[in-house]
Design a protein around this ligand. Structure first.
Ligand code: CA
Length: 483
């Protein structure tokens, strides 16, 4: 399948390179390609290799056997856009001032006890994205799939990508089936997916996006590629080919830990498409010269779609939107040729903002942003049993979601403190003994709570984190109800 748009873009890019061949080509020849596979709303326990006994993910399971699989991988935020922004910039959502997604940022609720903190909906063009760094280093940069980082002036093309297939303002397509557009859901807003070739009735969006990603790989270009394969799967709408849904409906038994046939089918088809990409790397020999990172932008979505809970993150608590582990912890697997051992497991906590400095180091990229909230995890990739040393992972979600009210959290070692910003409630958990965060130890360990709370407050201050405010109108409504 060929793309006239992308080919034109590529020709334009190559002609630019021709004008400066000596430096760019030599530098590029020594660089590994990057395939960054970011799933959408995929939960920590959704893959078979992370414990699901219902879902079928043979290709990702096989990838795990060639890679380092992290058991404590964290998304920087419990919802889509902030994690994506953190991934591309190496900065925390709190520092970026992007703590929720665009639509929520422009229309925050006014009927709750707190007014959510303001959140920027567009990733500023002043940010030095990973794509800008790779393009500067002579890479061909391609984004395929969901973007969700702002209006048209902030699309992938404005952030350093030579090619954009499917990246828009919206967080999900109206439908995953041809013609991938319409106004059935999401408040009747008309949405579409640009940059695709012609499609026909029955075509399934992830299949076509995968074709577009394969097209980038198949060019066998003289310059290396940085390829974002950021499929919308497995975000709502939960839609998959009917025969696959039927298969999982027939398979479902009481013993299964996950219970949604349509979601299982959607995930199985996603896994199949990831497999197509990984197989193509192998058959072309590019797997020997390509870094592959696989992760998700937030925890699994536990609300209902079509009347059925989409997924669960058991044994972790809660899901998307929450700062409990189910909202934050995600699958993460990384393969770097010549660096990572095969079939390895790493238990060290790592977070989205670590990818930026790690890729900079692995690919020898120019300096980029000076402000970094992550660290290079290259030593972990070489020795997955090693440690990064002591560090705190902090999170800030000053917004409402069905799973939460405004909240911040800190993980330090195995300790996790949540601070609810409306009530001031503090909860302390020992993740080593209690990964499901079921036993609140805050009352038993007041000194530890005080210390963690102070470190969390210092982090918020240093990051310039924006805080929610008490909603005066909400108070007045309460008062009016009183006799
Ligand atoms: Ca998401």
């Amino acid at each position: 399948m060929k793309y006239s748009y992308s080919e034109a873009t590529r020709r334009g890019f190559l002609s630019t390179l021709t004008a400066m061949p000596a430096v760019a080509s030599q530098v590029a020849a020594s660089r590994m390609n990057v395939l960054f596979i970011l799933a959408d709303d995929l939960g920590w326990s959704d893959l078979a290799c992370y414990g699901s006994n219902y879902h079928e993910t043979p290709n990702l399971d096989a990838f795990a056997r060639t890679a380092v699989r992290f058991t404590n991988g964290y998304a920087s935020a419990p919802v889509c856009s902030p994690t994506r922004a953190a991934l591309l910039t190496g900065k925390s959502p709190a520092r970026l001032g992007m703590t929720t997604w665009h639509e929520a940022s422009v229309d925050p609720p006014t009927d709750r006890p707190m007014l959510p903190a303001p959140s920027d909906g567009n990733l500023p063009l002043s940010e030095i994205s990973l794509a800008k760094l790779y393009r500067q280093a002579g890479y061909y940069t391609a984004h395929v799939g969901k973007w969700h980082l702002g209006t048209a002036g902030y699309y992938p093309e404005a952030h350093g990508f030579d090619l954009n297939v499917g990246g828009t303002f919206w967080g999900a397509p109206q439908t995953f089936f041809h013609p991938f557009s319409g106004d059935r859901r999401y408040g009747g807003e008309f949405r579409y997916v640009p940059g695709l070739p012609y499609s026909k009735p029955g075509d399934y969006l992830p299949d076509l996006l995968t074709d577009a990603a394969l097209d980038v790989i198949d060019r066998k270009s003289a310059v290396p590629f940085f390829l974002n394969y950021w499929c919308h799967s497995v975000h709502t709408p939960i839609e998959a080919p009917a025969d696959l849904v039927d298969k999982f409906r027939r398979k479902l038994e009481p013993r299964h830990t996950h219970r949604n046939p349509a979601y299982a089918a959607m995930l199985a088809r996603y896994d199949y498409n990831v497999g197509r990409l990984l197989d193509r790397l192998k058959s072309t020999g590019l797997d020997r010269n390509t870094i592959v990172i696989f992760t998700s932008d937030n925890g699994g979505y536990t609300e209902k779609f079509d009347g059925i809970p989409v997924t669960n993150n058991l044994p972790l608590r809660s899901g998307k939107g929450s700062l409990y582990e189910g909202g934050l912890r995600v699958p993460l697997m990384i393969r770097v040729p010549g660096i990572t051992p095969a079939d390895a497991v790493c238990h060290e906590p790592v977070i989205t903002t670590d990818f930026y400095p790690t890729l900079q180091g692995l690919n020898g990229l120019p300096n980029g942003t000076r402000t970094r909230d992550g660290v290079s995890i290259t030593n972990l990739l070489k020795q997955p049993e090693s440690s990064l040393g002591e560090r705190d992972l902090c999170f800030h979600f000053p917004h409402y979601y069905p799973t939460t009210s405004p909240v911040s959290a800190i993980r330090s070692g195995s300790w996790k403190l949540l601070e609810y910003l409306d009530s001031g409630r503090l909860e302390l958990f020992d993740l080593r003994e209690d990964p499901g965060e079921s036993v609140d130890l805050a009352a038993k360990l007041p000194d530890l709570v005080r210390s963690l709370r102070a470190r969390l407050a210092n982090w918020r201050k240093a990051s310039g984190a924006r805080m929610p405010l008490v909603n005066p109108d909400f108070k007045s409504k309460i008062e009016r109800k009183e006799p």
